[in-house]
Design a protein. Structure first.
Ligand SMILES: CC(C)(COP(=O)(O)OP(=O)(O)OC[C@H]1O[C@@H](n2cnc3c(N)ncnc32)[C@H](O)[C@@H]1OP(=O)(O)O)[C@@H](O)C(=O)NCCC(=O)NCCS
Length: 160
């Protein structure tokens, strides 16, 4: 968990139950990442949804070390991204990681996300400053305002 902010927290059964319960009756999403062969729970993937701005921010953690580096993170990320890109209420899908988290950078770049911005020297790893990279990809929501202005331009054209 070198690059996750969870590294600063100790979890108990109760804190995990509270975490899971916090998603109930909310717009946010949580999935367990499990190995199909054994049903072993190796990690979680979450989506925080900002309904006002129609943003969906994906977070992922493969906590089981033996589950890392085997393609599961990429598979989970791409599956959730594919689902979010079908949602007509989502304008933009985002994700972020530290610059040195090369696996996360690879996952976000290989699925077509592009760099939105860099927050320079934002976090500390072993007291060394780390850039935070923010990636995004468009969702399929488009502004009805745009539709209205296109329609009204068209009708102005027609009326001329
Ligand atoms: C980061 C994390 C989600 C990546 O998932 P993963 O299952 O380990 O990664 P994958 O096996 O799917 O690999 C994805 C890509 O990264 C590459 N990669 C994997 N581990 C890597 C490493 N240590 N260094 C460089 N590249 C790496 C893979 O080769 C693959 O690239 P490719 O498509 O070119 O082959 C997972 O390791 C994890 O949860 N780590 C701990 C917590 C964390 O960092 N969470 C993210 C916080 S933003």
């Amino acid at each position: 968990m070198a690059y996750s902010e969870q590294r600063h927290r100790a979890h108990s059964l109760e804190s995990c139950q509270l975490f899971v319960a916090s998603f109930a009756n909310s717009q946010h999403l949580l999935w367990a990442i499990e190995l199909t062969a054994t049903n072993e729970h190796i990690g979680n993937i979450t989506v925080s949804i900002d309904t006002n701005n129609r943003l969906a921010d994906i977070g992922i953690l493969i906590g089981a070390q033996h589950g890392q580096g085997k393609g599961f993170g990429q598979l989970a990320w791409n599956t959730v991204l594919q689902y979010l890109r079908t949602r007509i209420d989502i304008y933009k899908i985002t994700g972020g990681c530290m610059h040195s988290n090369r696996a996360m950078v690879r996952i976000m770049e290989s699925c077509g996300m592009t760099l939105d911005c860099v927050r320079a020297n934002h976090y500390l790893i072993n007291d060394a400053p780390q850039d935070l990279l923010y990636y995004s990809i468009p969702g399929c929501w488009t502004s009805t305002q745009q539709h209205f202005s296109t329609t009204s331009n068209q009708s102005q054209e027609t009326n001329r």
